[in-house]
Design a binder for this molecule. Sequence first.
Ligand code: SF4
Length: 352
Amino acid sequence: MRDPAEASDLLDWYDRHARDLPWRIRPQARAAGVTADPYRIWLSEIMLQQTTVAAVREYFRVFTERWPTVEDLAAAEDADVMAAWAGLGYYARARNLLKCARVVVADHGGQFPADHAELLKLPGVGPYTAAAVSAIAFDDAQVVVDGNVERVMARLHDEHTPLPEAKPILTAYAAALTPAQRPGDYAQAVMDLGATICTPKRPACGLCPWRTSCVAWAEGTAAELPKKTPKKKKPIRRGTAYLARRVDGAWLLETRPDKGLLGGMLGWPGTDWLDVTLDAPVEDPPIRAEWKTVGGEARHTFTHFHLILTVKTALVPMERNASRGEFIELSDFSPSDLPTVMRKAFDLAQGG
Ligand code: SF4
């Protein structure tokens, strides 16, 4: 450890300023012997890989009200969980979430294993999540490194090696600071520091418990750290989504194949999504109809590409059969159950 006082300075700060998070046991409660529920910690960590704390709160509330224990989640219908996950993105994670819950129930008697190596064997649990669950739920001194922690470590040590090359260096810095006492609170404290004080653009160094030992603060380099290797430009793909509505109001939807992008999710039938440098995708309407092109485009960014979707709509009679997908009654369908890109197409078709 660089200086044992550093961890305790941060823990003192955390005792006073810990954020209130629905899955968190506050430091005072923890000191009084209240322990975290590993299910809630695991669920929050999987969700937080997708988006911000602010966005996760509502998803977390819905999930934990509907499936309060890992047994409840393991027994859930796949489609219900996928629908509840809609909007969070990275749907493979939702499928792994279910798989993991079922493995915990089937192989571990409904208890998340406390052992870090066992946690790592669970579906969808990578090194970061295993370390976070070990530290936060079981107070095991694992080194937890997310984007917040990387930023804080880069600044604390004035490390100018760009990410991702800097990852092992920053992890080593984080390891040297992780204390044997209260490692769970410490892990959350560094994350809170990164989220509330040592923020990406304008760190509030005046309020920081680590200011006196922070090299970037002394050097005036905080705002430019961590350095990042410039990202390659994402390619652009295009395609067409077909939104067919039957005269009784039912919508033509299809479940996407399990493998691949948005696997297992409900969506609009459509063409392939091809790079804009290639020929336009071949039209592939799922039903014979008079298709109308909606003005504008639905745009969405995935991890590896931007997508521009042309949206076509049609009204079809009751007796007409579709070559793909099935008509879903209005009472059984809510646009909010769709993945974000599909909902954008729906919104465009609705006129905004
Ligand atoms: S002093 Fe500033 S740059 Fe250094 S760790 Fe604190 S907030 Fe971050």
